[in-house]
Design a protein around this ligand. Sequence first.
Ligand SMILES: Cc1cc2nc3c(=O)[nH]c(=O)nc-3n(C[C@H](O)[C@H](O)[C@H](O)COP(=O)(O)OP(=O)(O)OC[C@H]3O[C@@H](n4cnc5c(N)ncnc54)[C@H](O)[C@@H]3O)c2cc1C
Length: 75
Amino acid sequence: MAAEHHPRSCIIGAGAAGLTTAKRLKDWGLPYDCFEMSNDIGGTWYYKNPNGRSACYDSLHIDTWTPATTVILAT
Ligand SMILES: Cc1cc2nc3c(=O)[nH]c(=O)nc-3n(C[C@H](O)[C@H](O)[C@H](O)COP(=O)(O)OP(=O)(O)OC[C@H]3O[C@@H](n4cnc5c(N)ncnc54)[C@H](O)[C@@H]3O)c2cc1C
């Protein structure tokens, strides 16, 4: 079914949850809007996020064997 026959979804927040939801909706060809209160994406992983809610700290580093992934969003 074409995307225009589906209701448009609204995602509040572009942290990990919002970004992965947006990625999946995009993959499915479903329309959505994503609203972010801060000045960039990443949520709690955005170091020194001006929204004041980041839990990241200066010495934090990623500890994973998986290669870095890129999330590509289109509006
Ligand atoms: C150091 C650390 C290590 C972690 N390790 C792991 C791990 O190994 N495995 C694991 O599964 N999880 C881990 N977590 C937890 C996981 O990273 C978080 O649970 C996850 O990132 C939360 O994502 P979220 O999108 O729900 O929330 P957030 O990242 O908090 O994003 C919420 C976004 O919504 C925006 N927002 C809020 N209110 C509004 C509004 N009214 N309008 C518009 N935008 C709004 C905020 O600005 C923010 O960008 C870790 C977390 C930390 C801090």
